[in-house]
Structures are given as structure tokens and as C-alpha cells.
Ligand binder design. Structure first.
Ligand SMILES: NC(=O)c1ccc[n+]([C@@H]2O[C@H](COP(=O)([O-])OP(=O)(O)OC[C@H]3O[C@@H](n4cnc5c(N)ncnc54)[C@H](O)[C@@H]3O)[C@@H](O)[C@H]2O)c1
Length: 451
């Protein structure tokens, strides 16, 4: 990681050994001005060379500036097209993000390098919001940030802060240095299967990190929160469709961690002037219709992956075929039924929720289509979308899977004037498939390993 301190400390450290033969390093010799200049020039050249060789170094020539801070895992890309590039510059001189500007709403998008967060950031930027993305790149992609930077290069539109939301000091620092008007909190680990294997990781990453974000919001007077929740908080409801008052009885650590985060937010909002919107998503599919962003999970998460990822992997021959577990459910074709929602519709729900968020008010909404589609239907749609033959193996039920899950979206229709406009199983899958086809390697290799 690049650090301003490290760059500044170099001349002092270099005095000791590697250059000790130079005039500059010998205190007894007379002041040799030319020698000093030469020494600094050589060192600067060496630093630049080393930085360029570092895997974490991005050349600032592309219109970004890369800044480090006191050796911390903290790295900022800012739009500086119209500014001179100076890697030593103190980032505080960029005031666009640290001051409120009349008529400009500044939204912190946590997890904005991930699948849904990057699509949300794109929509916010298109709608003229100022966006700060905070992501630790444990699961997201720097490539998605680059796409957004290239689309919105003007100063003051988008900044990316590479930071871990589990680090309270850093979170606090980010809030103290930036004037946020609202937070969309997407960042999370989000695989049901993984959560059963690593429950503590889920409680830490989801529940505890949401607490840190809430505390920072309270401390810095940021009062609008749009929270990414999930239908997994409902568990196995007895009655379908699921409404917002369906009892929440989650059955896995992922759902439980999200439910706890919701409870914290609700408890805190009761005695504050928070404007809260909790959106409980159903199964998210699709990608940007213009093909700029897509879903690119880490290959190592494949085994926990979602059905669309598995279908595409099967279509590409990465896996041998699909294993459909359970054909004897009491559903029309015997396979499980789920409610799929296109990411474009989901992001639209966020923008509408942000517009309608009011101090001292909490809105909780299911974001789904209200229509369930069976696994068999999904596989058929995937075959048509990809134009590939997909081998399907039908197996017995997997314990813990419930037959039908679909939403009642009438509350969000009524109160936010939102309906799913872009969700069409085959079309959504076709769009996602096009992106997969043109990005065989996703966004390229990740910058950081999982933390
Ligand atoms: N994808 C779905 O079908 C779905 C369904 C329901 C709810 N959700 C929720 O939507 C949100 C986004 O999900 P997604 O599918 O885009 O997942 P994703 O993995 O693509 O994105 C999550 C992002 O959060 C980042 N992140 C994780 N931990 C972090 C930390 N400690 N500090 C900073 N950044 C961190 C990751 O690097 C990643 O970029 C999550 O909260 C998830 O629970 C998703």
C-alpha cells in the first residue's frame, strides 16, 4: 500500500546504509548542495519505480489519484482530471466531498464495488448524486469502480475509499472527513451456505459492522439510511405471499445477522430523527442493460453461489451441469419456487426509497415481483438465454429448503410507487449472460484477497 509517510521517510532511512558512501550522508563533510539534489532525484526515481512495480499501484495518469495515508489500509481514488497529479498531495485539499453543496446530495454507498452496490452507484451517478464508495474489495471488484470512474470522471462526482467497515477508527475518520447526506449500506458477506459454515464471520461482518456504521452516522449527524436486507430474515413462513408483517424467524446465520442488524437500526431510530428505509430483497438477477456492469463473484465462492451463476457456469462448461434438489414439492412442477427481481428494478427501489425517506419515519419494504418462478422454469429460461444445452441432474430434497418463497410487493407499490418494470426471467438472464460472455474473466484479477 502506498503511504505518504513512507515516501517522506525514505530520505531519512536512506541515510543509514545503501547510500552511505555519498557526500550527502556524511555529516562531517561540507554541505554539498548538488550532491543532495542528486540524492533526492535518485531516491524519487527509485520510489516511483518501486511504486509502479507494486501490484496495488494504479498509475495516476488515468485521471485518478491514488493516495495513501499513514501506512493504513486506506486508499483513495479521486477524480482529479483537471488537477495536477502529485502523489504526495494531501487529499484534504479536495473539498468537494468534505463540504455540503446546495442542491447536491452526497450518498455513501458501502459495498459499492460489489454486484448490487455498483449498479446502485451507477444509477445514483446518472441521477446526479455525488457518490462515495467504501469497499474493502474482499468480494467486490476494483474493475467495477474503474468503469464508474470512467463514466463519471468529473471532480466531485465519485470517490472510492478502500477501507474495511469493521475498523471503527477508519469508519469514524471517513465520516469525519466527508459530508454525507445519506448512507446506502450494501456491504456484507451474503451467502446462506457460507453463513452456516462460518457463522461468526457473518455476525461480525453484517451485525457488528452495521453497528459501527450506525454509530458513525449518529456521531456525525448523518440521518438517512437505506439498508439492504433480505427475505432470508423471514425464514420459513407458513403463509405465502410474504408481506412485511410476516413473522421474521430466520433459520440461518445470514438471515439472523441481517435480522439483528434490522433490529438495531429500528431500536436506534426510535429515539432519533433517523430517516430509515429497510429493503428486503428477494432473489436478485440480471445486470446493467447497457452491459457496463455485471455480477462477478470470486471463483472460490462458486460452491455457495446463486442459481444464475450456476446456470452460466454450466452453460460455459465450467461445471458439468446443474443439480436440482427436490422434485416432489407441492408446487405445480414439483421444484422450488422463488421470486426473482432484476437488479435494475432493485436499484430503482433504492432511489425511490431515498427520495421518500423522512426524518423519524421508518419504511420497511419487500422488493420482489410477487410472482414465483420454479427452478425448472428458471433452468429453461437460462437455456434459452444462453442458447446452450445445460445438463440437469434431478436429486432428492436438500434439508432446509422451503417449497415456495415469493413476496407481496403491494406495500412498496402503494407507498413508493414502485413496480418491477425490467424483470423478465429470460430477458434478465440474457442481459447477464451477455456481460458474462464479454467478461470471461469477470473484471480481471482482484486487487485484494478476502479479509
Ligand atoms: N444478491 C442477492 O441476491 C441479495 C439478496 C438479498 C440481499 N442481498 C444483500 O445485498 C447486499 C449486496 O449484495 P451483493 O449481492 O451485491 O454482494 P457482493 O458480495 O457482490 O457485494 C458486497 C460488497 O461488500 C463488500 N464488503 C464486504 N464486507 C466488507 C467490509 N467489511 N468492509 C467494506 N466492504 C465490504 C465486498 O467487497 C463487496 O464488494 C448485501 O447486503 C446482501 O446481503 C443480496
Amino acid at each position: 500500500m502506498l503511504s505518504i509517510n513512507r515516501i517522506r521517510a525514505q530520505p531519512r532511512a536512506a541515510k543509514a546504509s545503501p547510500f552511505s558512501g555519498m557526500d550527502f550522508a556524511d555529516p562531517k563533510r561540507k554541505n554539498n548542495f548538488v550532491g543532495k539534489i542528486l540524492f533526492v532525484t535518485v531516491l524519487t526515481g527509485l520510489c516511483i519505480l518501486l511504486l509502479k512495480q507494486s501490484p496495488n499501484f494504479t498509475s495516476p495518469s488515468a485521471g485518478y489519484i491514488l493516495l495513501g495515508e499513514e501506512g493504513k489500509k486506506y486508499l483513495i481514488f479521486r477524480n482529479v482530471k483537471s488537477r495536477p497529479i502529485d502523489i504526495r498531495v494531501n487529499y484534504k485539499i479536495f473539498t468537494e466531498f468534505s463540504h455540503q453543496e446546495p442542491g447536491v446530495m452526497h450518498v455513501l454507498v458501502t459495498g459499492g464495488a460489489g454486484y448490487i452496490g455498483s449498479h446502485a452507484a451507477l444509477r445514483l451517478l446518472k441521477d446526479s448524486y455525488r457518490v462515495t464508495i467504501v469497499d474493502n474489495l474482499s468480494r467486490g471488484n476494483l474493475g467495477a469502480i474503474r468503469v464508474l470512474q470512467e463514466l463519471f470522471p468529473e471532480p466531485g462526482r465519485l470517490q472510492f475509499i478502500y477501507a474495511d467497515l469493521g475498523d471503527a477508527k477508519t469508519v469514524n475518520k471517513i465520516f469525519s472527513e466527508n459530508a454525507f447526506d445519506a448512507v446506502m449500506h450494501f456491504a456484507a458477506v451474503a451467502y446462506v451456505g457460507e453463513s452456516t459454515l462460518e457463522p461468526l464471520r457473518y455476525y461480525h461482518n453484517i451485525t457488528s459492522n452495521t453497528l459501527l456504521v450506525l454509530e458513525a452516522m449518529a456521531r456525525h449527524g448523518v440521518t438517512t439510511l437505506i439498508y439492504s436486507s433480505t427475505c432470508a430474515t423471514y425464514g420459513e413462513p407458513e403463509k405465502m405471499p410474504i408481506t412485511e408483517v410476516t413473522p421474521q424467524v430466520p433459520i440461518n446465520p445470514y438471515g439472523k445477522a441481517k435480522k439483528m442488524a434490522e433490529d438495531m437500526i429500528l431500536d436506534f431510530s426510535r429515539n432519533s430523527n433517523m430517516a430509515v428505509m429497510i429493503l428486503r430483497y428477494f432473489n436478485v438477477i440480471g445486470s446493467d442493460p447497457e452491459g457496463r456492469l455485471g455480477e462477478a463473484p470470486r471463483p472460490e465462492l462458486r460452491e455457495h453461489g446463486r442459481i444464475s451463476g450456476a446456470c452460466f457456469d454450466a452453460a460455459l462448461g465450467i461445471i458439468a451441469g446443474l443439480k436440482v434438489k427436490g422434485t416432489d414439492y407441492s408446487t405445480p412442477d414439483g421444484t422450488c419456487i422463488r421470486d426473482y427481481i432484476d437488479v435494475t428494478d432493485l436499484v430503482d427501489a433504492h432511489v425511490k426509497a431515498l427520495a421518500k425517506a423522512k426524518p423519524r419515519k421508518v419504511g420497511i419494504y419487500n422488493v420482489g415481483t410477487g410472482k414465483g418462478r420454479s427452478v425448472k422454469e428458471f433452468v429453461e429460461a437460462c437455456k434459452k438465454a444462453t442458447g446452450r444445452e445445460i445438463k440437469v441432474e434431478f436429486l432428492s430434497r436438500r434439508p432446509g429448503d422451503y417449497a415456495e418463497v415469493y413476496s407481496d410487493p403491494s406495500k412498496i407499490n402503494r407507498e413508493l410507487n414502485w413496480t418491477a418494470q425490467h424483470t423478465d426471467l429470460q430477458v434478465s438472464l440474457q442481459t447477464a449472460w451477455r456481460w458474462q460472455q464479454s467478461h470471461r474473466n469477470g473484471y480481471g484479477p482482484p486487487l485484494a484477497s478476502a479479509s
